[in-house]
Design a protein around this ligand. Sequence first.
Ligand code: MLT
Length: 392
Amino acid sequence: MTFSRRVIDTPPYLFHLIDEKRKAAAQRGVDVISLAIGDPDRPTPDFILDLMQEEIHDPRNHVYPSYKGEPDFCESVAAWFEKRFSVQLDPKTDIMAIIGSKDAVSHLPFAFLDPGDSGLVTDPGYPVYNAAIGYAGGRVVRVPLREECGFLPDLSAIDPVEADRAKIMFVNYPNNPTSAVADESFFQELVEFAAKHDLVILSDNAYSEVYFEEADRPISIMKIPGAKNRAIEIHSFSKTFNMTGWRIGFVVGGKELINAFLTLKSNFDSGVFMAIQRVAARALGHPQVEPFFRERTALFKSRRDRIAAALTELGYRFQLPRASYYFWVRIPESYASSVEFCADLLEKKGLVVTPGVGYGPAGEAFFRISMTAPDQRIDEGLKRLREFHRSR
Ligand code: MLT
């Protein structure tokens, strides 16, 4: 039996590996606390479940959906986009439904790369960016994110030969794993860079609605003149509405870019379950959205502040998250690698956090804490972290 080199050469998915370790520890009887994957612990809100009760019973929703996305879904996204980002999109051409953002991220490189082409990927970065380029037969060129640059890529430091050879660049602000946010001037510079080197920006905006202060409210790259023909932006309902298991999101961009992706995806799958699209379309404009967001923001702000206080007390170095669900923290100097630190924490205290190297070599000196566990488990996790330090 033979396997594709692409399968052999691609490491297993980071969170699959972590999950196996978590399960193995639980089977040994350890009371494991996972602050690893960013899967919201709160349930999908009731107003969305109520919409689903209606839509699931409608037999018209049980047939193949439109490949591009149902017209009412695309219209609802366009209305939301204009209200939220002050950007006008044409629902007929500029919007496409996707089976969650991971699905889009993993397939987008196939629409823009030929085997041997390269793609720029920020390092640290969401691991699917590298895997997707690799599976598409492409070559990954890593662009470091440094703390002193606010975890934004220094575009002027990218080798111009590599930039010219690249066909795509993945970026992700609010950033996973560093939780950095980008402002308009960064996106302006990025769009100019993409035009200069003739590449397509794949901007993953999955965390656009997870922020703590109005001043940090994330923006869309689509605000920048010319971006529509240079970028595809990826959005997700997973983190926004606690809907990770539902698998629904959307991509936006100019007609030509969306068409290229649609050609690819219509050959690969049959779109998003119509009932889910209808629920998502109705959810975006629902009056319960504002109160839900207010409550969610207050909850995560209080978690963020408690975790920050504990990390500061224990002498960890980190930047206070301004958006997303994550703390990106330097490992203690006594550890040689992020894997060693995370393994020790799991072994001694049953606490699971993510080793930074899982996001690329530039993450080696860091680990990531996700705030997506119930308050009581977070507090217990922080207690164990204090004990871990006392016993060292
Ligand atoms: C994360 O924890 O980085 C993400 O939730 C993982 C994912 O979306 O696949």
